[in-house]
Design a protein around this ligand. Structure first.
Ligand code: NAD
Ligand code: USQ
Length: 382
């Protein structure tokens, strides 16, 4: 299948492109390199060195004989998006190309506006380009578990049957997101579902949990294929940060009591979930939703697991929570759709934490410890 990966230079987009190419699909990646720009803006870098897109693609061709066509450009440039679709003629488009850090979206007004503009308008441009060139193309869109928030009822896969005053309908599951970033994903989901109803688009919305890990079957083949690994308090995600903090001998930064619970998955499951979604497309006009996560953990439980797995002493600090989020809550998520398509999850207990310690130990001199502590607060100072 011809697959275009939007955001193909990012943490997840690049290993996904390699995984799909390795499984025999014909690949192109599109990226505006915004993520590398956020590093410069924040004065941080990936823990693991990463090559530029040109070198990555050339290294993959040298190793595998497979071509990945790179397109450098911005989803906000509607003409560019049309041009790429007309030239590459994808059958499936995997859309990772958004600003994805909740703290980045909460820095100030300008970063909130940038995040929503980049994400919502980029997705609208994609929807129009698909609808106007070939509505048969399957859009596989990365959403997030955080769209649902932490409601006091079971979380279903995207849809909820509601009975109200004696009448029943199937509605999009109500959303209670926790940042302007997470809200941008809610807006995208609603726009995409509308596109399915009015234009007959075929869309899979993958509400993904927090990803951990850095290596996949393909990225380990050569250091030039490595994907990024973020540790800073803006882009680093919780388990990756805890592993890095343990190796550096820094305290694990649990925000608040640590009772807040989220869905998680291994990066090797991310790339496999995308393959399963691409190879089993949604129907024409269908807005299909999968909850892409394999296990739930509270933040304090994750800190305990990392401390238990690390072969040295580990200190756990409870910082005042810079975010506004529920500390204790109900969390029960249905996530059977991808398993029914064949996903065989890698569970956290299986091994991964130990192998992550080695990756960090090799690169620990690249860490700026001052970037570890959170500085972005959800509450405004009047
Ligand atoms: P990332 O920031 O590493 O990658 C996103 C890529 O998209 C970057 O390379 C960036 O340059 C590019 N991009 C951003 N805006 C663009 C635009 N307007 N035009 C072209 N390219 C653009 O993020 P990631 O961690 O790989 O996440 C990928 C997707 O998965 C995001 O949509 C994110 O919301 C979602 N997601 C990530 C996680 C996680 O834990 N990392 C969890 C759930 C969902
Ligand atoms: N947390 C800590 N200590 C830390 C970092 C985080 O206690 O040092 C807590 C946060 O308060 C939060 C939880 O850990 O309760 C998760 O935070 P995170 O930064 O790991 O993840 P989040 O902000 O939710 O965002 C990440 C990705 C985002 C994706 C989301 C999936 O950056 O792109 O959408 O995970 S989900 O959480 O399911 O919405």
């Amino acid at each position: 299948m011809r697959v275009l990966v939007l955001g193909g230079d990012g943490y997840l987009g690049w290993p996904t492109a390699l995984h799909l190419s390795d499984r025999g699909h014909e690949l192109a990646v599109l990226d505006n390199l915004a993520r590398r720009g956020y590093d410069r803006e924040l004065g941080v870098q990936s823990l693991v060195p990463i090559e530029d897109l040109e070198t990555r693609v050339a290294a993959w061709q040298e190793l595998s004989g497979q071509v990945i066509t790179p397109y450098l450009g911005d989803l906000l440039d509607a003409d560019f998006v049309h041009r790429v679709l007309a030239e590459f003629r994808p059958e499936a488009i995997v859309h990772f190309a958004e600003q994805r850090a909740a703290p980045y979206s909460m820095i100030d007004r300008a970063h909130a506006v940038y995040t929503q503009q980049n994400n919502v308008i980029g997705t609208l441009n994609l929807m129009y380009a698909v609808a106007e060139t070939n509505p048969d193309v399957h859009i596989v869109k990365l959403g997030t578990m955080g769209e649902y928030g932490t409601p006091n009822i079971d979380i279903e896969e995207g849809w909820l049957e509601v009975t109200h005053n004696g009448r029943t309908d199937r509605m999009l599951y109500p959303k209670k997101p926790g940042s302007f970033y997470h809200l941008s994903k809610v807006h995208d989901s609603h726009n995409l579902e509308f596109g399915c109803r009015i234009w007959g688009l075929r869309v899979t919305d993958l509400n993904q949990g927090v990803v951990y890990g850095q290596q996949t079957e393909q990225t380990v083949q050569d250091p030039r294929l490595a994907t990024r690994f973020d540790y800073d308090a803006v882009f680093g995600t919780v388990l990756n940060r805890f592993v890095i903090q343990a190796v550096l001998g820094e305290p694990l930064t649990v925000y608040g009591s640590g009772g807040q619970t989220r869905g998680f998955l291994d990066i090797r499951d991310t790339v496999e979930c995308i393959r399963l979604a691409v190879e089993n497309p949604a129907e024409q006009g269908e807005f299909r939703v999968f909850n892409q996560m394999t296990e739930s953990y509270s933040v304090s439980r994750l800190a305990e697991l990392v401390a238990a797995a690390f072969p040295g002493p580990v200190q756990v600090d409870h910082l005042e929570n810079p975010r506004v989020e529920q500390a204790e809550h109900y969390y029960n998520v249905k996530h059977t759709g991808l398993v029914e398509l064949g996903l065989q999850p890698h569970l956290l207990s299986d091994t991964l934490i130990e192998s992550m310690f080695d990756i960090v130990a090799l690169n620990k001199d690249r860490v700026d410890p001052s970037a570890l502590l959170p500085t972005v607060r959800w509450k405004l100072k009047p």
